[in-house]
Write a protein that binds this ligand. Structure first.
Ligand code: RB5
Length: 171
C-alpha cells in the first residue's frame, strides 16, 4: 500500500518518525513535505497529500500539523478527499470503517507519539464497511462540494433521519 504523508514545520520530526514507523510496517510512504523546520504553511501540504490520494497515485494519506486542525481542514476542501482529525484509536477506526476516510489527520503537538502510532495501527488496520447506508451518506456528503443549493435547506439530510426509524442505523 502506498501512503502519502505531509505536515507543516511544527511537526516535521514527528512526521519523519511516523513515516519510518509506517515503512517498518511495510507501507510505501511518499513524503510530500515539509522536510525541515523552516516556517511554512499547512494548506500547502494538506493539498499535496489530498491530491496524491484523489489522483490515485497513493492509496491513503496521513497529515499532521500542530493541532491537526489546519491541515485536515485544508485536505477536506479537495474534491474526493475525506479526511478526519482524530486523537484516539476509536475515532481512527470509525473514520475508516464508517466514513471511508482516505486521509487521516493528527495533531503532532497535542497527541503523544505513542498515541499517534496507535492511531496509525487502528486506521490502517481497519476496513471500510460499505453498507448501503454508509455508501449513500458518504456520496451525499461528498457531493456537497459540487453544489450550493443546500444552503438554507433544513431538510437536505432528512432522508438519513428516516433511516433511523427504519432501523438502518445503530448508535
Ligand atoms: C502553526 O502554523 C500552527 O498553527 C499549525 O501547526 C496548526 O496547529 C494549525 O492547526
Amino acid at each position: 500500500m502506498k501512503v502519502a504523508i505531509g505536515c507543516d514545520h511544527i511537526v516535521t520530526d514527528i512526521k519523519n518518525h511516523i513515516k519510518e514507523y509506517l515503512e517498518k510496517k511495510g507501507f510505501e510512504v511518499v513524503d510530500c513535505g515539509t522536510y525541515d523546520f523552516k516556517r511554512t504553511h499547512y494548506p500547502i501540504y494538506g493539498k499535496r497529500v489530498a491530491e496524491k490520494v484523489v489522483s490515485g497515485e497513493c492509496d491513503l494519506g496521513v497529515v499532521m500539523c500542530g493541532t491537526g486542525v489546519g491541515i485536515t481542514n485544508a485536505v477536506q476542501k479537495i474534491k474526493g478527499a475525506r479526511c478526519a482529525l482524530v486523537g484516539d484509536v476509536c475515532a481512527a477506526r470509525y473514520a475508516k470503517e464508517q466514513l471511508n476516510c482516505n486521509v487521516i489527520g493528527v495533531g503532532g503537538r497535542v497527541s503523544g507519539v505513542g498515541m499517534i502510532e496507535d492511531i496509525m495501527d487502528a486506521y490502517f488496520g481497519a476496513e471500510y464497511h460499505p453498507t448501503k447506508e454508509n455508501e449513500a451518506l458518504i456520496e451525499k456528503i461528498d457531493g456537497l462540494i459540487d453544489r450550493t443549493d443546500y444552503i438554507g435547506d433544513e431538510h437536505f439530510f432528512d432522508e438519513f433521519l428516516e433511516k433511523w426509524d427504519r432501523g438502518e442505523y445503530h448508535d
